[in-house]
Design a protein around this ligand. Structure first.
Ligand code: NDP
Length: 798
């Protein structure tokens, strides 16, 4: 027999991983598990339990306590009580605990890997070689951040007890992404794993006991979505970190809208995988296998939309089908399987429904034709789904837009790089993207244009503890991992009211809408670099502190906001302008404001009734603040991460896009500029709603803008009823971020109404800031607020 024939007929023999360790662990616990609260194991007060099954066989693995309200209360109480001591430990002491956890995880890595595979259905190859090593790396890396906390983050401090809710697709890995940074920063934790996959979290809790982690620092409450909802609504949890579906992310945002809970949301995705004609096609196809069939496609950042250059499309699809035919789907504990089981029958059904939808929409389907395993327990179909490819897919179709969360790839073609970018960004999501081209100039040209929190160049599904992960748009906000991820578990030490607050009386203002009958003295809106009449034609009176009429402002409405948003989008060139140019323009702005300092001082005095001295201080501070942001414009640079690979990840600070700013009444010039400047220094364009009673300060200011070379459309000012206009901004789906400094009700409304496109939101939560305090009201914290980090992974070497 020729060697070639042996190669062609060679079949894999079974290569099962031994499950004995995991079975023994389950047996030790009689396959029954309680909750881990305050360092102790306890049953749920209700006595309720639920089962966890092995998706590969349908066999029950264990029964687990279902935490109800009183259990969640106990866990939060424990975390709250443990917080002061945990936070008071030195960074070094906390680092030792994290290091001990890393070592124990390392020691028990095989048990964790097998248990994860049995509970989740993903292959042992993945849990053993990817999930668990990354978990360990996370605890090592964050032991480092704990050690360096005081020197690296001197202005920041922990939140307190935090709630963390994780999904079933990477159970222990998601735990590590959340728990390691939270503990390193000095927070205490209440964690809820997904109902399908609690086992490795339970084993992790045992490890916490083994290393002597102080009681209450890590608490585990198992249960269904309802348990998560109890955490979300618990007033003593200071932050919620959530990974899961965009729908639940929205619910959480709405539920926490009237609180000052910090949120990070890592939600769904529909990530593009772009192959240019000059790509190394064989590598790209191997990448594609990893992108979409890794973890059965149940990956938030799965490369589920293939965009391929038309000139090589046929070649790529033919080769891909050949490669797909060779994939091995079956027992996840078999070491030579490429794909294991889908998490649960209901999820399989959901995938099937979407595939049926795709067929109905007219796309061409190609499926792996091997034999899928049967359900050993129930003798029916096993919980497996064949690798599936759709071609002839229209970009607007449901399968091209919806996250399928299964092993289903949809493919489309493009002709030019611009079209590739357009198709890639044609999604409500923005989690990740993969770009394949041997021309590094092309790849690096495309990467910044992609609306995604992670871009992998000539690679895919790379993760590391040192590199932030998280999305743009409806994929959520906040980053997990690395330097940028640490900020998600820390808050500025200084916040809230302090001595320089200005007392104003807005009660005197008669906010009556009136048509101006006499000479038109209305200060117009400022849209697209031009003064514009309000759509309504109405104006509002503005009165001075002494009750006399100061002037009139346009009564802006929904249509004016729409025009302003459109103008802001047209100014997108500002995003790609050089930081040096932005810095120069800001310096010039400062110079021009200073030239008119007396005029602004008088206006502020007359309108607000503060002393001339105070008003002069406000103008002087405003000029200095412009200088600060001119300085920061070219200094808020990114980082270069060095994950353990031959390559780098560039953590780029990018603008968010179009920002809506609703400004407060106090210190009207300074507060407005404190919000406007970081936004535009970072390259965002803005729609600004100034204080209603003191809007003339803003309309005076656009005359300064006009003389300062700020390009048209970068700053748009719409005057009127701020609460009403804020609501329009909150609901506008083309506004990417919203900052509201207003009353508590306005802030809550803004949070609730802006979930449509999951705007990145900041509010003052109804609390007055001290706009004169540089620590609170200017600097890098605001630049971070005005930006989002994109990590671009660049491997090198042959
Ligand atoms: P969910 O968003 O429902 O679940 C994620 C986590 O949130 C789980 O721990 C879940 O608990 C919990 N949860 C559910 N409802 C609430 C609630 N109202 N308040 C607080 N916590 C809650 O995702 P699913 O597991 O249902 O998956 C559905 C779809 O979500 C998938 O098909 C996929 O499209 C997407 N998904 C995305 C993930 C990602 O990483 N981006 C991960 C998982 C799913 P429990 O599981 O116990 O119900």
């Amino acid at each position: 027999m020729e060697i070639i024939e042996i190669f062609e007929t060679m079949e894999y023999s079974p290569a099962p991983e031994n499950p004995a360790l995991a079975l023994e662990w389950l047996k030790e616990h009689k396959s029954k598990f309680g909750l881990f609260i305050n360092g102790k194991w306890c049953k749920a007060k209700s006595g309720k339990v639920f089962s966890t099954d092995n998706p590969a066989s349908g066999k029950k693995l264990a029964s687990i306590s279902e935490a109800g309200k009183s259990d969640v209360d106990s866990a939060v109480r424990a975390a709250k009580l443990a917080f002061p001591k945990w936070k008071a430990l030195s960074g070094h002491e906390r680092a030792r605990y994290l290091y001990a956890l890393a070592r124990q995880l390392q020691k028990h890595s095989r048990l964790f890997a097998v248990l994860e595979t049995m509970d989740n259905g993903k292959t042992i190859r993945e849990t053993r070689d990817i999930d668990i090593p990354l978990v360990i790396r996370h605890f090592y890396h964050h032991a480092g951040w704990a050690q360096l906390l005081e020197s690296e983050f001197p202005e920041h401090t922990a939140f307190g007890p935090v709630g963390q809710i994780i999904p079933w697709n990477f159970p222990l890995l998601m735990l590590s992404w959340k728990v390691a940074p939270a503990l390193a920063a000095g927070n205490t934790v209440v964690l809820k794993p997904a109902e399908y996959t609690s086992l490795t979290a339970l084993l992790f809790a045992e490890i916490c006991s083994q290393v002597g982690l102080p009681p209450g620092v890590f608490n585990l409450v198992t249960g269904p979505g309802q348990t998560g909802s109890l955490m979300v609504n618990h007033s003593d949890l200071k932050k919620i970190a959530f990974t899961g579906s965009t729908d639940v992310g929205r619910l959480i945002r709405e539920a926490t809208a009237d609180t000052d809970k910090k949120l990070t949301l890592e939600l769904g995705g529909k990530s593009p995988f772009i192959i240019f004609e000059d790509a190394d096609l064989d590598s790209a196809i191997e990448g594609l296998v990893d992108a979409i069939w890794f973890n059965q496609g149940q990956v938030c950042c799965a490369g589920s939309r293939l965009l391929v250059h038309e000139s090589v499309a046929k070649k790529v699809i033919d080769r891909l089908k050949r490669r797909m035919a060779k994939l091995r789907v079956g027992d996840p504990l078999d070491k030579s399987m490429d794909m294991g089981a889908i998490i649960a029958p209901i999820q399989k059904e959901r995938i099937q429904n979407l595939v049926d939808q795709g067929k109905k929409e007219g796309a061409a389907i190609w499926q792996w034709e091997g034999k899928l395993p049967q359900n050993a327990e129930k003798k029916g179909d096993g919980c497996y789904f064949p690798p599936t490819l759709f071609t002839n897919v229209s970009p607007a179709s449901i399968i091209a837009q919806t996250e399928i969360f299964g092993p289903v790839l949809v493919s489309m073609t493009f002709r030019t790089p611009d079209e590739a970018v357009m198709l890639a960004n044609n999604s409500a999501y923005g989690l990740a993207a993969s770009v394949w081209s041997e021309n590094i100039n092309q790849a690096l040209h495309v990467a910044p244009k992609l609306k995604a929190g992670v871009v992998w160049i000539n690679c895919t599904n790379q993760f590391d503890a040192s590199v932030g992960f998280g999305g743009y748009r409806e994929s959520g906000y906040g980053r997990e991992g690395g330097h940028e991820g640490m900020f998600e578990y820390l808050k500025p030490k200084k916040s809230g009211i302090s001595k320089n607050q200005i007392r104003i009386s807005v009660a005197k203002v008669k906010a009556s809408a009136t048509t101006s009958l006499s000479l038109d003295r209305t200060a117009k809106l400022y849209i697209g670099g031009k003064q514009a009449r309000p759509d309504s034609g109405y104006s509002l009176n503005v009165v001075n502190a002494d009750g006399s009429l100061a002037g009139e402002i346009g009564d802006g409405n929904r249509k004016d906001i729409r025009n302003a948003v459109e103008a802001a989008h047209k100014a997108s060139g500002w995003q790609s302008s050089t930081p040096h140019l932005r810095a120069q323009i800001l310096y010039f702005l400062a110079e021009n404001l200073e030239t008119r300092a007396v005029e602004f001082k008088n206006r502020i005095t007359q309108l607000t009734g503060v002393t001339e001295k105070q008003a002069a201080l406000e103008v002087k501070t405003a000029v200095s603040r412009i200088f600060t942001y001119a300085a920061l414009a070219d200094k808020h640079e990114g980082l270069i991460h060095q994950p353990p690979m031959r390559g780098l990840a560039l953590a780029l600070n990018e603008p968010i896009g179009v920002l809506g700013l609703v400004c407060p009444d106090e210190a009207p010039l300074l507060s407005m500029l404190s919000m406007l400047l970081p936004a535009i220094a970072m390259g965002n364009s803005v729609v600004l709603v100034p204080s209603r009673p003191f809007a003339l300060v803003a309309t005076d200011f656009y005359q300064v803008l006009e003389t300062s070379d700020v390009p048209s459309g970068v700053v748009n000012i719409v005057t009127g009823d701020s609460a009403k206009l804020g609501t329009v901004l909150a609901k506008h789906d083309d506004v990417a971020g919203l900052w509201v400094a207003g009353t508590k009700t306005e802030c809550t409304e803004a949070c609730k109404l802006s979930t449509g496109n999951m705007k990145i939101i900041w509010t003052n939560n109804g609390k007055q800031l001290d706009w004169f305090d540089n620590q609170q009201s200017e600097g890098r914290e605001w630049m971070r607020r005005a930006s989002q980090v994109k990590n671009v992974w660049i491997p090198y070497g042959e």
